[in-house]
Design a protein around this ligand. Structure first.
Ligand SMILES: O=C(O)CCC(=O)C(=O)O
Ligand SMILES: [Fe+2]
Length: 253
């Protein structure tokens, strides 16, 4: 079994690369068995270069510290805005979601973030283990530092199912989001445990995993380098929860 969908089957039609149903099944099976699936070389070099220029300017403007962008408002005319609006990319996400969950993909917007880690503040945004609030996470690395401290993505894949009730999800999250569990997970990350997947990512490739089901975070990178990832989170299974709505405003629960 491969964790990598071969780029040779990808057809271009003026939009982003499309994947055959066979490759989508491979991705789904890889997410299921290994915890993640990869589509290599999804973005063209020229688009990656444009994004890097944007990132470098943004980091400079932020005083060479951590900066992030939520949504598309600040990403006008970048390939990330095009991705967010791309029908082909959306179809890829819905097919992976449907294959992975067996449910019809609902029509929900992405929760999109661009994270630029650098400097001392980059470290504070690293090794924060969590579950995402969205079932499917699609991660596009844009800048990955060379060398030992590249800021790998680390995860304990598929440790919980998609919960029926928001309250169960909340309990799961609280069990992770405390200093004892964070300490134990950091210790686990220092061992060679095979429970943990460690991904040194390739810029321009797409990484699919279930951020909702997997405990995950990024390792820190060298403070004088920039590590940038774009994330498309897709499908909040608790979107209709009244409890969630009532708690909104009390933090990122
Ligand atoms: O930047 C990364 O590698 C992961 C970020 C992440 O997990 C998130 O934003 O939910
Ligand atoms: Fe996450």
């Amino acid at each position: 079994m491969t964790t990598v969908a071969s780029a040779s089957n990808i057809s271009l039609n003026g939009d982003f690369p499309d994947l055959s149903d066979e490759l989508v099944s491979e991705l789904v099976s890889s997410i299921d068995h290994v915890g993640y699936g990869v589509v290599p070389d999804y973005l063209e070099q020229r688009e990656l270069d444009r994004l890097r220029t944007f990132v470098e300017a943004s980091v400079r403007a932020a005083g060479n510290q951590y900066v992030s962008f939520t949504g598309c408002a600040d990403l006008a005319d970048t390939p990330l805005e095009r991705m967010a609006n791309s029908a082909v990319f959306r179809r890829l996400c819905t097919r992976v979601y449907e294959g992975a969950t067996g449910n019809r993909a609902p029509d929900q917007p992405y929760y999109q973030i661009l994270r630029c880690l650098t400097g001392a503040s980059g470290e504070r945004h690293s090794l924060r283990f969590h579950y995402d609030s969205y079932v499917l996470t699609v991660l596009l690395p844009i800048c990955v530092p060379e060398g030992q401290h590249s800021g790998r993505l680390i995860m304990v894949p598929n440790v919980r199912p998609v919960r029926k009730w928001y309250a169960q999800n909340l309990i799961d999250k609280l069990l992770i989001d405390n200093s004892l569990t964070q300490f134990l997970l950091k210790r686990l990350a220092q061992t060679q445990s095979s429970r943990l997947a460690r991904l040194k990512m390739e810029p321009g490739s797409l990484y699919f995993f279930s951020g909702y089901r997997s405990i995950h975070t990024n390792e820190p990178c060298d403070p004088d380098k920039i590590r940038t990832t774009a994330l498309f989170h897709y499908v909040d299974p608790h979107i209709g929860s009244r409890l969630k709505r009532a708690l909104r405003g009390s933090g990122p629960l």
